[in-house]
Design a binder for this molecule. Structure first.
Ligand code: COA
Length: 392
């Protein structure tokens, strides 16, 4: 029995900062951001979009009523969750009308959380072939104004429907993983902004990739030449390329070119959105399959997940026969075209407002008329979520 990704949906907030403008404002050469880092725009979440509403918006796009009845596992991977106890996935379950006969939980391990959820879901479906699982990665990445990490901020969510006989990507059962307690990125409980040792995180990302890719090759006998494309967790689009280059000499020149061309297609969405932490690997996968018209069913795609702290995992899957029928690339082009560009002053004002503590009794209105759900504020210490104009 094949198990894997049957549907995939994505949501990103409807406002962004142009990174050339940000570079000029910060007195930095714009080429550093667009070439050295590989980012053009960064999504900015308004107060009315948090990890829960973004997760619901990503999932709302793909779930049918039959899916909602069949789902018996909902997992939210996030590292910017809104409650220290309650799983954000419970709000998503209620908002979307997913069956109550479901296990519902949240997973945290930096940007790796959604991959842990996907592997959990795969094993769950192996034991319950008629069930479906919803796995979502949803995050707002914040490093702070005028920090070296600022250019790698972003916001968004990716939702995966995991099922038997998947129509997009069948996952192999084997995967290779490695973990080690390190301090490359972390966020103490009393902070809204992460602590990061950026250079160390780059090194760890690459080292973990080399280890798990080698382990995977030993486990499976696959060579680099068996992979049509490799997709990476993308904190910024140059990062995955740095890792890919470490193994490129394992294959011939023509295949090296091909892997790098596919890689560029996998970065198109991240270039316009930025880092969405847990969802970033799956955003790269969505970008690849939506934009790369040279892919064919049956091709093997490798996926590298990395969460600081740190855990790395490499796994792979094969594209399914009619995977193109399951996609809606126009939807994302419209989503990008309908975004509003913030001036640097507007972005900075919003960023500071987000960091103001104590929003008790604050009511919010939605600023994204195309978003099915939004965060409406806090009443009696309880978070309020509402359906927007385009609720489904
Ligand atoms: N034109 C073109 N490229 C330029 C440039 C210019 N004018 N100026 C600098 N660059 C290049 C640098 O050569 C470097 O390229 P390289 O990495 O291929 O060597 C790149 O731009 C970044 O420059 P650097 O000086 O290293 O940037 P930085 O000190 O500002 O930090 C990060 C970059 C990614 C470490 C920082 O943004 C960060 O900490 N981000 C958050 C953590 C993160 O994303 N970690 C990833 C693993 S999870």
């Amino acid at each position: 029995m094949e198990i894997g990704i049957d549907k995939i949906g994505m949501y990103t907030p409807n406002q962004y900062v142009d990174l050339v403008e940000l570079a000029i404002h910060r007195k930095i050469d714009p080429d550093k951001f667009t070439i050295g880092i590989g980012q053009d725009k960064m999504a900015v979440a308004p107060l009315s979009q948090d990890t829960i509403s973004m997760a619901a918006n990503a999932a709302a796009q793909i779930l049918s009523d039959a899916d909602k009845a069949a789902i018996d596992l909902v997992i939210l991977g996030t590292e910017s969750g809104v409650d220290n106890s309650k799983a954000g996935a419970l709000y998503v379950q209620r908002l979307l009308g997913i069956s109550n006969k479901a296990r519902v939980l949240e997973i945290k391990e930096a940007c790796y959380g959604a991959t842990a959820g996907l592997q959990f879901a795969k094993l769950h479906i192996a034991q319950n072939p008629k069930a479906k699982a919803l796995v979502i990665g949803s995050d707002i990445a914040r490093y702070g104004l005028d920090t070296s990490g600022e250019v790698t901020q972003g916001a968004g969510a990716v939702a995966l429907l995991v099922a038997a006989n998947p129509r997009i990507l069948a996952l192999d059962m084997r995967s290779a993983y490695y973990s080690s307690e390190i301090n490359d990125f972390w966020r103490p409980l009393d902070q809204l902004i992460a602590e990061v040792d950026g250079k160390y995180s780059n090194e760890a990302y690459i080292k973990f990739f080399q280890m798990v890719f080698e382990d995977y090759q030993q486990q499976t006998g696959y060579q680099l030449s068996d992979f049509a494309a490799m997709v990476f967790h993308l904190p910024y689009t140059k990062m995955g390329l740095k890792a890919l280059r470490k193994v490129l000499d394992q294959t011939d020149a023509a295949h090296q070119d091909s892997l790098q061309q596919h890689y560029q297609q996998s970065t198109l969405y991240s270039r316009r959105i930025g880092n969405i932490y847990t969802g970033s690997l799956y955003l790269a996968f969505l970008s690849l399959i939506n934009n790369d018209m040279t892919l064919q069913p049956g091709m093997r795609i490798g996926l590298y997940s990395y969460g600081s702290g740190a855990v790395g995992e490499f796994f792979s899957g094969t594209l399914q026969g009619n995977y193109l029928d399951m996609l809606d690339p126009m939807h994302y082009l419209e989503m990008f075209e309908n975004r509003t560009k913030l001036s640097i002053a507007e972005y900075e004002a919003q960023f500071k407002k987000q960091l103001t503590p104590g929003i008790e009794a604050q009511k919010l209105i939605t600023t994204d008329l195309n978003a099915p759900y939004y965060f409406a504020g806090i009443q009696a210490k309880q978070r309020q979520y509402k359906a927007g104009a385009k609720s489904v």
